[in-house]
Design a protein around this ligand. Structure first.
Ligand code: NDP
Length: 279
């Protein structure tokens, strides 16, 4: 039976620590502010943006909302970002993705000043991560490292297998596990013998984007299983990429969905806002 890694509790601990740091900064006369930009009215994006603003309010970070119409042009959006880049009162800029098809996401991400890139998606942040320099870390993988560390799960020397190679989860996850001295394998849709490769893992991070795809046939007895996936099933219930009920009896530790990786992403975003303001 697996130990359940409680992302809700760990994210709350991090938020409490950040709240203290923000209070201390405020006593020195320093206010932290995050600009949150949403284009259009996609309901899922509105939920994410709402949760991020709520977390800001809880910690004591001022959030400035920019709700732009679906029809906004790329030039108008980039002009807003450039204005926020120059605004000394703004420490972080977050553009909620995905953007409408007529806007080039890469161009928008590149227009954010790396010093305010709290999502860690700017090529400069990604490059810094790869060569081990200081910079903003992407929130979901950074949150997973915190889940492991705060659950006393050793990474050094462990076989770590990541399923998925996206720029926001899989690739940075692999780099962070490597930085923590894991022996890392990245798998994807062209990987042969996925089950056998996954079964080698002491730590298996699943970011495949397929509901309940990973069952116990992919999991070594006693392995730590981190489920990044978020899906809603027909009954509107949340589930992950891992078949939790099936894997739970064989895993050594496992993250639930909801209450695992999800809350950590926002906590690490808050962490980036605070650490950005401290430098
Ligand atoms: P993507 O769709 O960008 O990437 C999925 C990856 O899985 C790709 O690299 C793909 O391979 C690989 N893949 C797809 N099918 C298979 C297969 N059958 N076997 C092996 N590999 C396969 O997803 P994201 O990385 O953006 O997200 C992954 C999941 O995490 C989603 O459910 C998403 O909703 C969730 N998510 C959760 C977050 C959180 O805060 N908890 C944050 C971000 C994402 P290939 O490259 O070859 O196509």
């Amino acid at each position: 039976m697996a130990f359940v890694i409680d992302g809700k509790k760990i994210s709350q601990e991090i938020k409490e620590e950040l709240k203290e740091q923000v209070t201390a900064l405020r006593e020195e006369g320093k206010e932290i502010a995050l600009a949150v930009i949403q284009v259009g009215e996609d309901p899922a994006s509105s939920v994410y943006v709402g949760n991020k603003k709520k977390a800001c309010a809880y910690i004591g970070i001022r959030s400035e909302s920019y709700e732009l119409p679906e029809t906004v042009t790329q030039e108008e959006l980039i002009a807003l970002i450039e204005r926020l880049n120059r605004d000394d009162k703004i420490n972080g800029i977050l553009v909620q993705l995905p953007l409408p098809d007529h806007i080039d996401e890469d161009a928008v991400i590149k227009s954010i000043a790396p010093s305010k890139d709290v999502d860690g998606f700017h090529p400069e942040s990604v490059g810094a991560l790869l060569i081990g320099q200081a910079g903003f870390l992407p929130c979901t993988p950074a949150g997973i490292i915190q889940l492991l560390k705060r659950s006393n799960i050793e990474i050094t020397g462990k076989e770590c297998v990541v399923i998925g190679r996206s720029n926001i989860v899989g690739k940075p996850m692999a780099v962070l596990l490597l930085r923590e001295n894991g022996t890392v394998t990245i798998t994807h849709s062209r990987t042969r013998n996925l089950k056998e490769v996954c079964k080698r893992a002491d730590i298996l991070v699943v970011a495949v984007g397929k509901p309940k795809m990973i069952n116990r046939e992919y999991v070594k007895e006693g392995a730590t299983v981190i489920d990044v996936g978020i899906h809603r099933n027909a009954e509107n219930k949340l589930c992950g990429d891992v078949d939790y009920e099936d894997v739970f009896p064989v895993a050594g530790a496992i993250t639930p969905v909801p209450g695992g990786v999800g809350p950590m992403t926002i906590a690490m975003l808050m962490n980036n806002c605070v650490s950005g303001a401290m430098h």
